[in-house]
Design a protein around this ligand. Structure first.
Ligand SMILES: Nc1ncnc2c1ncn2[C@@H]1O[C@H](COP(=O)(O)OP(=O)(O)OP(=O)(O)O)[C@@H](O)[C@H]1O
Length: 456
């Protein structure tokens, strides 16, 4: 009998072994009242008598027909019970379907495996916690690696495999190819999902502060260390630590990191205690790490320790029709966030997208599509609305300089403005611009961006 504190869960799914086990698992929580339905239609038909409580959460096991979810009924269910978080359990990862369902308002898409009851349990518990701040409206969700190209399907397979254990994962690929998305996807699919995901960019932290940033420091460890501070290894406890631009780690810190990984303990700067840690490490670089080893800039022993499960992200220009799939997803998400009607790309625009080489990969595609959405006046997004540096294939050589500033010039101007507005706070500027911090640091290093004088 539900008590006033009961949390009512409608579990919708066939009479299978999985659902029975899940029901049993959920019922272990004395606060949960689980009501079972064998189909969405049956749940829709359940008319709670006046005064009887509505469900607090809906869990739908899509059975083996992940591709054939009863979308219409699902939409009805969402409409009938808009407040209840809705979790969909599916047999296989399908980022396109997941993105589509998330845009229809489901709360999470979980792939069924041995760990999924636990992940669902944690996700349900989360919905009961007061949410301090709503997550940023940055759909498609930041952990979804969209794409149907065989190389991306393979990457998603590797993500699922990596998620089952705590193996270290090393991700390589050009800038903007989605290395951080891979790290987030592994975290989101793993049993660590309820714990922190912490990202640290090696290129973004001044050398002298990096050790303390990674491992923390004790009070008085160095000038300016006014109090004890925990490092990223401790912050990520139980979760995932994403170390980006790992090739930028200098040799002395490489030796320290190696020791930490061998001993599975960290010592704070200025401290004595060896503190054990439990984190999954995902490392990434846009450089060829093996070449860095050959050049003597990266320790070979650390290289082998970090290699773990290697995942390589291909450049966007070699992913065929994925350019169009991603462009459409970004256009829809951006229009939705900004209350604009979604518009298709014209045939010429699609061809232009396929012809362009995207040196900045998916990040550049996203920027181009978002700007096109802002600039376009017509019912479709036209080729002329796409603000490329050069509409012709890159192999044709750079476009002659016209009176209009190039996309790169416009982008740099926007970045510079943001850096100025944030008084040179690179992290805040990168957050506002939604670009990787390393991108800003690289542009500052190359002299294309300047820190405002007040910040230096
Ligand atoms: N396959 C994808 N599906 C959806 N979004 C993607 C995909 N790949 C990249 N993105 C988006 O593109 C942008 C860049 O991705 P991300 O930051 O993961 O790239 P990166 O390879 O880590 O870049 P960097 O080398 O600069 O650190 C982000 O906004 C990310 O959400």
């Amino acid at each position: 009998m539900p008590t006033p504190s009961s949390y009512i869960i409608w579990l919708i799914g066939p009479d299978s072994y999985y659902v029975t086990r899940l029901c049993h698992r959920l019922c272990l929580n004395p606060d949960y009242q689980v009501r079972r339905f064998t189909s969405v239609a049956a749940a829709l038909a359940a008319r709670p008598s006046p005064g009887s409580p509505l469900p607090n959460a809906l869990v739908l096991d899509s059975d083996d027909a992940a591709q054939q979810l009863p979308q219409r009924l699902l939409a009805k269910l969402r409409e009938r019970l808009p407040e209840a978080p809705l979790f969909v359990l599916a047999d296989q990862a399908n980022a396109t379907l997941e993105a589509q369902l998330l845009s229809q308002g489901i709360t999470a898409y979980l792939v069924k495996d041995a760990g999924s009851p636990e992940r669902l349990w944690q996700a349900l518990a989360k919905t009961r916690e007061p949410q301090p701040t709503p997550p940023p409206a940055d759909s498609p969700a930041s952990h979804l690696l969209l794409g149907e190209h065989p190389t991306i399907l393979r990457v998603r397979e590797l993500i699922t495999k990596a998620a089952r254990t705590s193996i270290t994962v090393s991700v390589s690929g050009e800038t903007g190819t989605g290395k951080e998305v891979v790290a987030q996807a592994i975290h989101a699919q793993s049993s660590r999902v309820g714990k922190p995901f912490v990202a640290l960019n090696m290129a973004a932290i001044p050398r002298e502060l990096l050790e303390s940033e990674l491992f923390g420091h004790e009070k008085g460890a160095f000038t300016g260390a006014a109090s004890r501070r925990t490092g990223r290894f401790e912050e990520a406890s139980g979760g995932t630590l994403f170390l980006d631009e790992i090739a930028d780690l200098e040799l002395t810190l490489q030796a320290k990191l190696l020791r930490v990984l061998q001993e599975r303990t960290i010592t704070r700067v200025g401290g004595r205690d060896a503190i054990p840690f439990d984190v999954r490490l995902v490392v990434a670089t846009h450089r060829d790490l093996a070449a860095e080893v050959r050049a003597g800039r990266f320790r070979e022993d650390l290289y082998y320790r970090l290699l773990g499960l290697p995942i390589e992200l291909p450049p966007l220009r070699s992913r065929g029709q994925d350019v169009l799939l991603l462009a459409t997803a970004f256009e829809r998400a951006f229009s939705q966030q900004n209350g604009l009607p979604s518009r298709p790309f014209s045939k010429e625009a699609r061809q232009a997208l396929l012809n362009y080489a995207f040196p900045g990969n998916v990040r550049e595609l996203k920027a181009v599509v978002e700007l096109a959405t802002v600039l376009a006046e017509g019912a479709q997004l036209e080729a002329a609305d796409l603000p490329f540096r050069n509409l012709a294939p890159v192999a044709d050589g750079p476009a002659p300089k016209g009176q209009h500033p190039s996309l790169r010039e416009q982008t740099l101007a926007i970045m510079q403005q943001s850096l100025n507005d944030m008084q040179g706070d690179v992290v805040a500027a990168a957050g506002r611009l939604r670009v990787g911090r390393s991108t800003l640091y690289r542009l500052i290093q190359s002299g294309e961006l300047r820190l405002p004088t007040s910040a230096t």
